[in-house]
Ligand binder design. Sequence first.
Ligand SMILES: [Ca+2]
Ligand SMILES: [Ca+2]
Length: 99
Amino acid sequence: MKFCIAMPVAAATLLMSSTAHSADDAAKGRANFVAADKNNDGQLNTSEFRVFIDANAKDGLGRAAMVKRFGAYDRAFKQLDSNEDGQITKAELAAARKK
Ligand SMILES: [Ca+2]
Ligand SMILES: [Ca+2]
């Protein structure tokens, strides 16, 4: 398989963009978010984000499997964390989905 170096970045950008193809996938994504949010603050920190990506990868959501394969968690996190507070909110995920 051939992947260019820019792939992880593209994967991060597209991480959530293709998850809304069906209501079912969107529901899975939301469930994975809640499950990954271990401290129940409605946001994902970097370690919770890894759990979220792994769960999405397992469900075949978006490009999560690609982020996982490339180990591009940090890069994906930085792209999604638009206010750079080290937490990813549902709003930030939703915003990324619209890009
Ligand atoms: Ca959290
Ligand atoms: Ca944030």
